[in-house]
Design a protein around this ligand. Structure first.
Ligand SMILES: [Zn+2]
Length: 178
């Protein structure tokens, strides 16, 4: 049981932790800042949740992230049917989307500090992501690392085509590759 099952006054909820009984997220929750719905039986996220900063929806049947969620900072959508990340999510700081069919990361996500695209169809990392500190892309089609990612501290590119690491990545203290 969760707050939605108890039918509380939705307008005042800032953080919502949804249980598996919930089949639909109400589109009236326009003040919601945080939505946690991992393993829920939901298939979509309403495009009206424009104040959302934190969306945690792994292991659901969601197939799209609305491009209206422009205040999102944290997006966790592992093991979903999502194939695209909207290029409007310019405030994103953390993106976790391993085990999806995503094939591209938009070059507009310039505030990303953490990116996990393990076991996706992605084949390149945009050279505009210069704030990145943690990057996980093992088991992808990526074969090179942009030399502009000078803030990287952690890198995992095992089981990819990467053959060398740019010597401009002077802050890198942990890395794994082939
Ligand atoms: Zn519930």
């Amino acid at each position: 049981m969760c707050q939605l099952c108890h039918n509380v006054n939705h307008a005042k909820i800032l953080e919502l932790d949804v249980c598996s009984n919930v089949k639909k997220i109400p589109k009236t929750l326009i003040n919601l800042k945080s939505l946690i719905c991992d393993n829920a039986n939901i298939v979509d996220i309403p495009n009206t949740l424009v104040n959302l900063e934190d969306l945690n929806c792994p292991n659901t049947s969601i197939c799209m992230i609305p491009d209206t969620l422009i205040n999102l900072k944290y997006l966790i959508c592992d093991n979903t049917n999502i194939t695209d990340i909207p290029n409007t999510l310019v405030n994103l700081e953390e993106l976790h989307c391993p085990n999806t069919s995503i094939c591209m990361i938009p070059d507009t996500l310039i505030n990303l500090k953490y990116l996990n695209i393990v076991n996706t169809w992605v084949s390149s990392i945009p050279d505009t992501l210069i704030e990145l500190e943690w990057l996980y892309f093992n088991d992808t089609y990526v074969s090179s690392i942009p030399d502009t990612l000078v803030n990287l501290k952690y890198l995992n590119c095992a089981n990819t085509g990467v053959k060398s690491i740019p010597d401009t990545l002077v802050n890198l203290d942990t890395y794994y590759y082939n």
